[in-house]
Write a protein that binds this ligand. Sequence first.
Ligand code: 2M8
Length: 436
Amino acid sequence: MHENLIKKAKQILTENYQPGGFTLPCKNLYPFQWLWDSGFIAIGFAHFDMPKAKQEISTLLDAQWENGFIPHIIFHTDTDTYFPGADFHRSDLHPLSSKKYKSTGMTQPPVTGFVLEEMYNISPDKEDLLTFIESEIDKVYANHRYFYQHRDINNEGLVYIYHNWESGTDNSPIWDDIWATVDSPRYDFQRRDTSHVDASQRPSKREYDHYLHIIEIAKQHNYSDEKIAELSPFLVQDPLFNAMLIKSNESLIKLYKRIGNNEDKVRQLEQWQQLSISSFNSKLYDEELGCYIHYDLRNNKPLRYISSSSFAPLFANIPDKERAAEMVNTMMTKFGNPDQYLCASFDPTSERYNPKQYWRGPVWINLNWMLYKGLTQYGYKNIAERVKQDTIALIEINGFYEYFDARKEAHGEVRAGYGGNDFSWSAALLIDMLSD
Ligand code: 2M8
């Protein structure tokens, strides 16, 4: 079943793979290596080309800074078809940044820990994979240590992100509340994304002003974590980001135990994990909404909106069974209408919902993959199956797009897949879902 889809997905990954040992998220639109894309891509490759899966992760970790930080974009080439590029980000300003690669000075959801575990589970040759994991796992551990040492300013086990691009959900309507508090300059710059993709499917010029403004502040202080925590107008505890960290902690604990002789690291990870899960549950859960939400650390207030990130904690085993049931109820009431594909990236009943614009509403395959796994884990087999079938249908009808309209009526006569086409993580994660 679905042989043609799988064949096409493998072809996309193989064609997006680059001589530098990494895979483009999508040709033209994203011409470098992105952190969480690489993680999802490695899971896809693991099913049919393990050497490339390993190489993807090794290349990513090779760009790690001396303080454990892993950047969100690694600029492997000098191409100027993406804005803002290496010359704008100036990772060299940070004293501990990589001397080998130019990168950004911000990160993305820490997926690498659980990606190693997924690769291990997929591989038929466990011994070989364990040898690979042994060679890389300490770098991932150092990355987690970086988060707990530098991004957890209240020592509560919840780390902050200082830029919307760190969230991965770039222009989520949730950030509108923050932009309303920021008086960013109006910059003069030339966007590149809108020459590849219809502008109505991308963030606005004003949003880009804010994105650049935060980077300018960080650069003025050479990307010092302490200064960023003090000065960035964007300082958020994001449930998706923190759930990824928690999920990766869990994987590191399991993998270190399998390797053996790493009791100190296991103990440390377990300590972080305990605090993180307990604070996540007490601080980020909104009883009234029945799901997890973001917390604005800069302005000290919860951001009370429902997005697909609100359900990602299911993937990381964070809620207890009772809470999981409430979350599933919220999800199905707000997002699960039969005339909608699961799962819109933002609350379809909100006036801020836009079914065509990037992270303001469309369905994203990486979030669907997490939900599929999370729902399965908690025993919601039928809903998990719906997420899977919806994912297959969206790709079958439209192609391997970056994001998709959640409204069923939008598909058919016209294409309702948006953003870039032949998008790597859509291909990679479909391969994984179909192998289940
Ligand atoms: C999108 O973000 C980049 C900036 O990082 C962009 O819009 O230029 C997001 O969807 C992000 O989550 C993703 O990792 C990246 C590459 O696919 O594209």
